[in-house]
Design a protein around this ligand. Structure first.
Ligand code: PMV
Length: 331
């Protein structure tokens, strides 16, 4: 019997992955670029019993650490990923898995990137397998959550659409201390899963146009990160956040992820800039707003967001070093 625990953080995309060539393998239509977070993370413990034939067990840990069987909706994709990794490793045996999120479950923040990155990395460790970073990223991506491919690395990460469709780190977290102040305006789960949104993306009349300028935008984002140029990176981040939603709202049928609180935060972020703060907003496939800023501006940005009626909770996160196995097991 072998057991391993890994904590993997979530990530926030500056250039968004939206649209797929292959939905089951999460092969992206276009490149993306993200910053790996530090505090918003999933912790997963995996135990492997060699040669055992009973079904895998999937548990969820509550914030106080109490374990309970996961719902079928949660457990099925986890079991599918365990099967993929078992087949990849050529080993036979049974897994027992428990997982816990560090961020409030009701915060409406996507946890599939951190969850599948932690699951993939802990499973590999429990199997005593030590593949390359590239292969770890590919295995995480094959969970179907493409953004998990980026969460296996810390710092600034790009996800090219090269032959193996793996992500790679472009700069470590020590390169540039950017913060992500998350304004939680909606705590219910999103109505349309991103799996569905990826498939609807090409129905937007603006999608082809988006694909035409993404390579240039990726290059500009890379250059501004290399040069630590927030005046150049910030507008790219916010344009991308808006453009993702331009595509979702103009897809057939349309998807409206925003809520009135999203607009309220976007307006305040504009006011912050008028007042001299360096802050730019982005949204993933949901209503909550990630306000990206340099470390110096974080306290003021957090205070301005906290003061808004539309904001239920402010989570102050920032760039982090990536997954770690230096954590307590869940069982
Ligand atoms: O990894 P998925 O399939 O949940 O898709 C994530 C899509 C976005 O979060 C909206 C953008 C991104 O690049 O993370």
């Amino acid at each position: 019997m072998a057991k391993a625990t890994v904590e993997a953080p979530s990530n926030i995309a500056f250039v968004k992955y939206w649209g797929v060539k292959d939905i089951d393998q999460a092969i992206p239509q276009a490149p993306s670029l993200s910053m790996t977070l530090q505090k918003c993370a999933s912790r997963t413990t995996v135990e492997f019993t060699k040669g055992a034939t009973e079904p895998d067990t999937v548990l969820k840990a509550s914030p106080d650490g109490t374990l309970a069987p996961a719902s079928t909706a949660f457990a099925d994709p986890v079991r599918a990923q365990l099967d993929r990794i078992r087949t990849w490793s050529g080993r036979s045996g049974t897994f027992r898995v428990a997982t816990q999120n560090s961020f409030p479950a009701a915060a409406g923040l996507g946890s599939s990137a951190s969850g599948f990155a932690a699951l993939t990395l802990a499973t590999l460790r429990a199997l005593d397998a030590n593949p390359s970073g590239e292969e770890r990223s590919v295995l995480a991506r094959r969970s179907g959550s493409g953004s998990a491919a980026r969460s296996v690395f810390g710092g600034y990460v790009t996800w090219p659409h090269g032959d193996n469709h793996a992500a790679e780190q472009i700069e470590p977290h020590t390169h540039w201390d950017l913060r992500d102040v998350i304004a939680v305006v909606e705590t219910t789960p999103k109505k349309v899963p991103s799996r569905e949104g990826h498939q609807r993306a090409p129905s937007s009349p603006f999608y082809e146009q988006r694909l035409l300028h993404l390579d240039d935008r990726m290059e500009a984002a890379r250059e501004s990160i290399a040069a630590r140029d927030f005046d150049r990176l910030g507008p790219i981040i916010e344009t991308e956040g808006i453009e993702l939603h331009l595509i979702t709202m103009s897809s057939t049928p349309p998807i409206y992820y925003w809520s009135p609180g999203t607009i309220a935060v976007l307006e305040v972020v504009r006011d912050m800039r008028a007042d001299g703060l360096s802050a730019y907003a982005t949204m993933d496939a949901g209503a909550n707003v990630h306000v990206i800023c340099p470390a110096d501006d974080e306290p003021q940005v957090a205070a301005r967001l906290d003061a808004l009626d539309a904001v239920h909770l402010v989570i102050r996160d920032g760039i982090g070093p990536g997954p770690t196995s230096d954590v307590e097991p869940l069982f």
